[in-house]
Design a protein around this ligand. Structure first.
Ligand code: KIV
Length: 271
């Protein structure tokens, strides 16, 4: 299916219509102006300013350390580059779980200071009141179920979630709850494809999968992964469209050699 670049701005309503029409939703992360501009130019529907910025931009092992101020900085950069895509921002760990009032304060700060269009929060029943508070303030919320990286210390590993009946049932209940709370969509990360397809068929809001198979209404990947910027990270669910690590290392090696040999700059590259 071709991309309709005539749409002025993708909204949560556009995504709902896409699900209804059977048009798949494309989503990638971005954390800076340049990447957001390029992704937007390519016709990407939704940009996620993910807290995976903690990993790929800051080099932390988990997403836990990133702060609200840092997420706001990344979101401001992305919003300046995204002319058509809907921009969704992750609320970082510790800014919404403890109390619904704090959750709303964090949400309002992101919306006021960045110009983003929606927020993403990890979890279901446990954060019900926080989601309710944010949605009641008129802020669109995307949920996130399955492997929720902010809970990695509780999970103990990045293995596939909801493989047993109890966890699968909780995920289905949480999905229904997110829909009832007024979330406009939710991500399902690293869960069995069959379960993700069943959940997708059971809700009226669009589901976005990452490592959750082809039965979701849309797909999201971390842009650094699909561009091949890190050869050491190759999970099964990532499709690589480029091998930028080798390209960039090769280009920098060539630049170093050209400077060392006095080949760069040549007479056309000076004033
Ligand atoms: O932070 C992130 O990049 C995410 C996606 C993996 C869904 O939450």
């Amino acid at each position: 299916m071709s991309v309709n670049k005539e749409i002025k701005r993708i909204t949560t309503e556009t995504l709902r219509k896409m699900k209804f029409d059977g048009e798949r939703i494309s989503m990638l992360t971005a954390y800076d102006f340049t990447m957001a501009t390029l992704a937007d130019k390519a016709g990407l529907d939704t940009i996620l300013v993910g807290d995976s910025a903690a990993n790929v931009m800051s080099g932390y092992e988990t997403t836990l350390p990133i702060t609200l101020d840092q997420m706001i900085y990344h979101a401001q950069c992305v919003v300046r580059g995204a002319k058509r895509a809907l921009v969704v921002v992750d609320l970082p760990f510790g800014t919404y779980q403890s109390d619904p009032k704090k959750a709303l304060d964090s949400a309002v700060r992101v919306m006021k200071e960045t110009g983003a269009h929606a927020l993403k929060l990890e979890g279901g029943k446990e954060i019900e009141e926080s989601i309710r508070n944010i949605v009641n303030a008129g802020i669109p919320v995307m949920g996130h179920l399955g492997l929720t990286p902010q809970s990695i210390n509780q999970f103990g590993s990045y293995k596939v979630r909801a493989k047993d009946d109890a966890e699968a049932q909780k995920l289905m209940d949480d999905a229904k709850l997110l829909e009832e709370l007024g979330c406009f969509s939710f991500v399902m990360e690293k869960i069995p494809a069959e379960l993700a397809a069943k959940v997708t068929a059971s809700v009226s809001i669009p589901t976005i999968g990452i490592g959750a198979g082809n039965g979701c209404d849309g797909q999201v990947l971390v842009i650094h992964d699909m561009l091949g910027l890190n050869n050491d990270f190759k999970p099964k669910f990532v499709r690589r469209y480029l091998n930028l690590e080798d390209e960039i290392v090769g280009a920098v090696e060539q630049y170093v050699a050209d400077v060392k040999s006095s080949d760069f700059p040549n007479s056309n590259e000076q004033y």
